[in-house]
Design a binder for this molecule. Structure first.
Ligand code: C5P
Length: 333
């Protein structure tokens, strides 16, 4: 797929695969990357999660750049990870998103729900800006059973931003998972109540989810889904942020090369962290010895769970790669 023409949401360097396949010399790669990074910084798009050259284990070597095109795609920041009142999702991206959960609504229904949503929530998501004075350190906490007896609690709480997800809980598990939550990622079927200071990060997988967030924080939601949904939740409506469906596609197409049906909540959260954090500590990712995504707070009931419709093995491999190249720190429990 030609990402330059089909995805207008993120910038990619002018680049031609045909030529790059012949670019063997380290010098040419280095010059190319310097030019691209230079343009990226000029445009303000390039990710700050490239560690400084002298901190990279493979600086000036080829290992991090085996597939130059893919690396450049992954490390070009996606322009708008969150929906905002002025953002227009393309119909092409809408159609991609719509097939995730085979929902019936059309594009105009989607737009109406988004309009109604932004009558209630902040017009754009708050993300602390990166600054030379302050490194934004983040803990991304998945729900893996490998957190049990890990004693990671203090290390998690030590980070400025702590992102938890779905039914991830702290009460009773403080020593292993900490107590602090600054951001909580959820969708209607995985929703939990939040305190007044935690940012609710909605990952919408269907139009109903946009309707749900609007109503669950006001009049109450009465629709149904494939699993029970809370009709009301406690959360601060001024701290709601909604993931851009086009960002989900970017993670699936670029990061996962379209493997699996679509990315897991945890993996999308991790790529999101690459966009909003300067230093990332990753906890609670990894299947159990039978390959199931079991949770730290419960005994697994379905031993055929595996990683559901998500490409769990691929996601795990990428996390290991990122850790190897010091893009993030991965704690395996
Ligand atoms: O199970 P749940 O979706 O709530 O978990 C949140 C995320 O944590 C998953 O989307 C997955 O990325 C990650 N996870 C994992 N290994 C597990 C359980 C969850 O990597 N055993």
């Amino acid at each position: 797929m030609n990402f330059e023409s089909s995805h207008s949401d993120y910038w990619l360097p002018p680049f031609h695969k045909h030529h790059t396949s012949k670019m063997k010399s380290k010098v040419r790669i280095l010059i190319f990357l310097l030019v691209v990074i230079g343009i990226g910084f000029w445009r303000g798009d390039i990710s700050p999660y490239f560690p400084p050259w002298d901190e990279r284990p493979c600086a000036c070597d080829r290992c991090l750049f085996e597939n130059d095109m893919l690396i450049m795609q992954r490390f070009s920041k996606f322009a708008e990870p969150f929906l905002s009142v002025n953002y227009n999702l393309s119909e092409d991206n809408f159609n991609w998103w719509k097939r995730l959960q085979a929902e019936k609504g059309d594009f105009s229904t989607y737009r109406n729900k988004v309009d109604r949503m932004f009558q209630m929530f902040p017009a754009s998501a708050y993300v602390e800006a990166s600054s030379p004075e302050r490194r934004r350190t983040c803990a991304v906490v998945g729900n893996s059973g490998n957190l049990k007896k890990s004693h990671y609690g203090p290390l998690i709480d030590f980070q400025d931003v702590v992102i938890r997800m779905n039914r991830g809980r702290t009460k009773g598990y403080e020593a292993d998972v900490g107590t602090k939550t600054t951001h909580h990622v959820m969708y209607p079927e995985s929703a939990v109540d939040l305190d007044n200071t935690t940012r609710l990060v909605l990952f919408p997988f269907k139009i109903l989810d946009l309707d749900w967030i609007t109503k669950a924080l006001s009049t109450g939601f009465s629709g149904s889904s494939y699993a029970p949904i809370k009709s009301n939740i406690n959360a601060n409506k001024d701290l709601v942020m909604v993931l851009n469906p086009a960002f989900m596609r970017y993670v699936h197409d670029v990061w996962l090369q379209k493997k699996g049906s679509y990315p897991s909540t945890g993996f999308m959260t991790l790529v999101l962290a690459l966009h909003i954090c300067d230093e990332i500590h990753v906890f609670g990712f990894g299947a159990d010895s039978d390959g199931n995504w079991s949770h730290y707070w419960e005994k697994l009931m379905n031993n055929k769970l595996k990683t559901g419709s998500h490409p769990g093995d691929e996601e795990y491999k990428i996390i290991l790669e990122l850790a190897k190249h010091q893009i993030l720190k991965f704690y395996t429990g």
